[in-house]
Design a protein around this ligand. Structure first.
Ligand SMILES: *Cc1c(COP(=O)(O)O)cnc(C)c1O
Length: 396
């Protein structure tokens, strides 16, 4: 059967919730992917920010193979070594005190919401608390995560969602302040908004919200699912702001490709938050995911990935600035580290499709932002290759 026939089969059999690009990816090496017809693609999407180490990393793959041979699943009724070691390493990388492993980003957000609600419940002796989230945010598709996702288009058909969620303007401190009341238990946002169009939190906003939270015993929850794990140039983007969240989420690159997420909190929060019986998962923190997290963090630290991201992201930044100067259809350039976006006056989806035909995987964030989310191991020559393709595509 040829690839077209397989794609037609997929469109018959799989629920149609994605409008996919018309290729079947089959294997990868370094920062390149290959489809079933043997076409080669330079990857500037990293499976939506997941494949931070690129493809075919021998040490990472070997660690997973070894773990598969040893043990894949135990349930959380028993301890397992990979997850114990992964938690230690993740705590060190984040400076947080307690970790709960999940299977996805959305589940990490769900856990963070529950942790914040339980904290306020323990403190006040009653439930009914509110959470302030941001317009244009994205936190996942499960009903709790969707409830804090500030995109009416995603929410509309699924009402009623969680009660007590209020939406503020991102980077607008006064709009957060205006929503705070005695019921507020948490303020939640992405340190760098990803799906919403690549908007980093401004320093004054971050500092202002952190101060507000401290003064009112409101928990600051930062979603680092897309911008975390070295992508911003520090292990977690909030580490560049001189503040610390009470709860944070991670996923996407956390396992280097294996599905795994986590929510983490400080000891102060943990002491008054989720207790035995309050939360659980069958798969979360299984040995295979643990081994993936452990190896991903080990390799990132050994290879000083954040130093590399700081260097190479400057190179990417400068190259994209040049394109912005050259083309009127590029109106803004935003981001931090290897999460950057170009705001366009032309449909970003069309640019993305044409880039794919030219052998570069580039994705969008909304309808008018071209998103650059490459594996963290890209080098200057890969940036040059992507830029020359994008230049050609923009030329028309
Ligand atoms: C992708 C993403 C999520 C959801 O993660 P899933 O693994 O798709 O559930 C949540 N928050 C942010 C910031 C994301 O980018």
């Amino acid at each position: 059967m040829n690839s077209i026939a397989y794609m037609e089969q997929a469109d018959r059999d799989l629920l149609h919730t994605y409008n996919r690009y018309g290729i079947i990816l089959n294997d990868g090496g370094g920062v390149y992917l290959y489809d079933t017809d043997g076409n080669k693609y330079l990857d500037f999407a990293a499976g939506i920010g997941v494949c931070a180490l690129g493809y075919g990393n021998k040490e990472y793959n070997q660690a997973l193979k070894d773990q598969i041979d040893a043990l894949i699943h135990t349930s959380n009724l028993y301890y397992n070594l990979p997850v114990i070691k992964a938690a230690e390493r993740l705590k060190k990388a984040s400076g947080m005190d307690r970790v709960f492993f999940t299977n996805s980003g959305a589940e990490a957000v769900e856990g963070a919401i529950k942790a914040a609600k339980k904290y306020a419940y323990t403190r006040d002796g009653h439930a009914g608390h509110e959470i302030i989230a941001m317009n244009h945010s994205f936190h996942g598709r499960s009903l709790g995560a969707l409830s804090v996702t500030g995109n009416p288009h995603y929410q509309e058909a699924f009402a009623p969602l969680l009660e007590g969620i209020r939406f503020a303007g991102f980077n607008q401190l006064d709009s957060v302040e205006a929503l705070v009341n005695d019921k507020t238990c948490a303020v939640l946002f992405e340190t760098i908004q990803g799906e919403g169009g690549i908007y980093p939190a401004e320093k004054e906003f971050m500092e202002g919200v952190a101060k507000l939270c401290r003064e009112r015993d409101i928990l600051l929850i930062l979603d680092e699912i897309q911008c975390g794990m070295g992508r911003s140039g520090s292990m977690f983007a909030w580490q560049q702001y001189g503040i610390k969240p009470d709860i944070m989420t991670a996923a996407k690159a956390l396992g280097g490709g294996v599905p795994v997420g986590a929510f983490l909190m400080t000891e102060r929060v943990a002491k008054r938050s989720l207790a035995p019986g309050d939360h659980g998962t069958t798969y979360g923190g299984n040995p295979l995911a643990g081994a993936a997290v452990l190896k991903t963090l080990e390799l990132m630290e050994r290879d000083c990935i954040t130093d590399h991201v700081q260097e190479i992201s400057k190179y990417l930044w400068a190259a994209l600035e040049k394109l912005k100067e050259k083309y009127d259809c590029i109106t803004d350039h935003r981001g931090m580290g290897l999460i950057q976006g170009l705001q366009m006056t032309v449909p970003a989806g069309e640019i993305s499709k044409r880039a794919l035909k030219e052998g570069v995987l580039l994705i969008t964030a909304g309808s008018d932002v071209l998103r650059f989310l490459p594996p963290l191991v890209i080098e200057e020559k890969h940036v040059d290759e992507m830029i020359s393709v994008l230049d050609r595509v923009l030329e028309g």
